[in-house]
Ligand binder design. Structure first.
Ligand code: BGC
Length: 733
């Protein structure tokens, strides 16, 4: 069998040297010429094969790869394993077209960084680019060519488990993070041995799932779609993202995976995106479950109409597409276009010339020292100091004994967060290890879990209370398990799970000052903690270096600078809650007939953009470059920020606007700029922002982008609720 294949290959070499398996398309000429050449030699079944993706490698799949019936596999990792599988495609298939290996590299490959919601809280696009570059380096060395990331779905609902994977509630911050992540994964040249293709997902509006229930439907105005949910995608496309994934959800009655309005018209038409689109896992098949397609044949046709180029784990294209072409239902030209897009991605990666990963590079780069150091740095830059009464943090030198309590204090797995690729618990530095390491010989650290994350058992309380009583400070690490976040992990309650709050109450009752460290993939509603616990650090799921990063912040070796990328509600009943809400005709007042709750204020517990530091910053000198501008003009807004405290620190300065009167009612505030400044004690810096048509416009009733005349208010501040305020006028024509 082997021999026969070898002989056949030899004959091919004699007759058509350029089609030698393993060197398919590897001749000179432009990529387009090479693609044309390949396409001209592909059978219809081989073309369809390029559009088919399965998860994992099995012997059955080996036969399909050999026959050119698979174009991509996900979840095939490890240089040697990936090479073994690749060899089948390159050396044993008729045309030798390499496979594309994809994986969910969401926040690191083996070195695990904080969850994306956390790194978005750094408000530091350069940091985010640098960690995605590390993720790309490790992944590519392990044979991965393509990540299903970044997930850039705007999410205003912390019940939705996948809020952990995105950049939170704001389109402007979300757009900055989307572009930063794409740049990090892809760099300038994805053919480089340390880069991978990015995939913007899940197109589109998946984050608006009704009631925060995963896979649920979405009903949105076109304006909300364009103003809130699309900007991160536009930014990702503009940053050069090679691919995009269609979502599971319905959007206004039409499944996202067959949505010709959002895909053909907006993405391909208005934005000119010509990368390839992969479905989400069986989302083409789910057109049938949705009641949008009668059967697989119709599902395939509808998905092809929406230019979904690759079928992830659906078996729909594999089973239907060739027949549909033969029956003249789907034009072969449409299949050719999809194949072209997939082949272009493979060419851009250099796979036709270098299809294999290098195992020695893999060994050299996985968990490289600088990667691990970057994970620690990213984790501490992602943490948000929510509250710090009486300057309890950083821990004072007088602290001689620490009671480290809580179910996540000595945990490894959960610090990794959801979708942690090849991250391993054994690589994780626990909070206990980080705190013990930092405490050194002079401060004693005792530990008791007190409870588990989810169970109602209070047996461990007594021990936790006992160690708290004998300590100068109690640090309580609580939150949620990693698998309670991410896909299929929606919650109806945002209270701390299990008896964790009761555990904190019991520890608090000892009178020992309490620091709460929250590890979660979403905001929890923690009004009791906010009222009673003096210091609260939102540490998210911080990744492999989480414990060291927590210690860095607790002792003030690192001064926290994170700011919330998502509002923290007082109660699940306020959800969805977000700062850029529309104005109502009856804003809340003491009057009965106004827009409010009977039992809670409308305001969040901690607003978007909030985050404390160990130093203080004073804002002053708000200066606008003019009082009025033309509709197509620009205005600059500047302010000074001074570090008025005793330690160096970084501040994220935020710029918000509001268009007071417009043909379409505008949100109460919209983020339109941000910048980080690092200041020594006493140091002052002037920050400057420019506002122009891109920032000041709106989608008018005709759905056109327009800057409308009138008064604009502008704030430069330290959260979405506080800042210096000014105003200017946009002149009419
Ligand atoms: C998720 C995607 C993911 C895919 C492959 C799906 O269930 O929705 O985000 O990329 O699985 O793992």
């Amino acid at each position: 069998m082997r021999l026969r294949r070898a002989a056949r290959r030899f004959m091919t070499v004699l007759s058509l040297s350029w089609s030698l398996p393993g060197t398919a398309g590897a001749q000179g000429g432009t990529i387009d010429q090479r693609i044309d050449d390949l396409l001209s030699r592909m059978t219809l079944d081989e073309k369809v094969g390029q559009l088919v993706q399965y998860s994992g490698f099995t012997e059955d799949r080996a036969a399909a790869i050999r026959e050119g019936r698979i174009g991509s596999l996900l979840n095939v990792v490890g240089a040697e394993h990936a090479n073994r599988v690749q060899r089948i495609a390159v050396e044993e298939s008729r045309l030798g077209i390499p496979l594309l290996f994809g994986l969910d590299v969401i926040h690191g490959y083996r070195t695990i960084f904080p969850i994306p919601l956390a790194t978005a809280s750094s408000w530091d696009p350069a940091l985010v680019t640098s960690i995605e570059a590390i993720a790309a380096r490790e992944a590519r060395a392990s044979g991965v060519h393509w990540t299903f990331a970044p997930m850039i779905d705007v999410a205003r609902d912390p019940r939705w488990g996948r809020i952990t994977e995105g950049a939170g509630e704001d389109p402007y911050l979300g757009a900055a993070m989307a572009a930063a992540r794409v740049r990090g994964f892809q760099g300038d040249n994805v053919a480089a041995p340390d880069r991978i293709l990015a995939c913007l997902k899940h197109y589109v509006a998946y984050g608006a799932a009704v009631a925060g229930r995963d896979y649920n439907s979405v009903d949105l105005s076109e304006r909300a779609l364009r103003e809130i949910y699309l900007p991160p995608y536009k930014a990702g496309v503009d940053a050069g993202a090679a691919t995009l994934m269609s979502a599971f959800n319905l959007l206004n009655g039409v499944p996202a995976t067959a949505n010709t309005f959002t895909i053909n018209r907006i993405l391909r038409g208005e934005w000119g995106f010509d990368g390839f689109i992969v479905s989400d896992w069986n989302s083409i098949g789910e057109l049938i479950s949705h009641g949008y397609a009668a059967d697989a044949r119709e599902a395939a046709r509808l998905a092809m109409e929406a230019t979904i180029d690759m079928d992830m784990m659906g078996d729909v294209y594999a089973g239907q597409l060739a027949d549909l072409v033969r029956a003249n239902v789907v034009p072969e030209a449409a299949v050719d276009s999809s194949v072209r897009r997939v082949l272009r991605a493979k060419f851009s990666l250099g796979l036709f010339d270098n299809p294999y990963a290098d195992p020695s590079t893999e060994t050299a780069v996985i968990l490289r020292d600088d990667h691990v150091a970057a994970a620690r740095d990213a984790a501490r830059k992602s943490m948000v100091l929510l509250k710090n009464e009486g300057g309890l943090l950083p821990l004072s030198r007088a602290v001689r004994s620490i009671a480290l309590i809580g179910p996540l204090a000595n945990d490894r797995d959960d610090l990794l967060g959801s979708w942690h690729a090849m991250g391993r618990a054994e690589d994780v530095v626990t909070v206990l290890a980080g705190v013990r390491g930092r405490a050194g010989g002079t401060t004693t650290v005792t530990h008791a879990p007190g409870a588990t994350v989810t169970e109602m058992e209070r047996e461990g309380f007594a021990q936790a209370v006992a160690i708290a009583r004998n300590a100068d400070v109690a640090i309580v690490v609580v939150g949620e398990r990693e698998f309670e976040t991410g896909e299929a992990a929606s919650r109806a309650s945002l209270d701390l799970p299990g008896v964790q709050q009761q555990l904190i109450e019991a520890v608090h009752a000892t009178g020992t000052p309490v620091v709460a460290v929250l590890m979660s993939g979403r905001p929890f509603a923690i009004p009791w903690l906010a009222e009673h616990v003096p210091a609260i650090l939102q540490a998210w799921h911080p990744g492999s270096q989480g414990g060291n990063a927590v210690a860095d912040v607790l002792w003030g070796d690192f001064n926290p600078s994170g700011k919330l990328a998502v509002s923290f509600p007082r109660s699940v009943g306020q959800v969805p809650i977000y700062y850029n809400r529309d104005v109502t005709g009856r804003p809340p007042t003491a009057e009965k007939f106004t827009s409010k709750y009977l039992d809670l204020p409308n305001t969040p517990l901690f607003p978007f953009g909030h985050g404390l530091s160990y130093t203080t910053f004073e804002y002053g000198d708000l200066v606008l470059s003019g009082d009025t501008i033309a509709a197509d003009g620009t205005i600059s807004v500047s302010a000074t920020v001074t570090n008025t405290g005793d330690v160096a620190g970084a501040e994220v300065v935020q710029l918000y606007i509001r268009d007071l009167v417009a043909s379409v009612v505008r949100p109460v505030k919209e983020l339109k700029g941000f910048t980080r400044v690092s200041l020594e004690p006493g140091e002052r810096q002037t920050v400057q922002f420019t506002l122009g048509p891109r920032e000041l416009g709106l989608y008018n009733q005709g759905m056109e982008w327009a800057v409308e005349p009138g008064v604009f208010r502008v704030w430069v501040g330290w959260s979405s609720e506080e800042g210096l305020e000014g105003s200017f006028i946009v002149r009419g024509p």
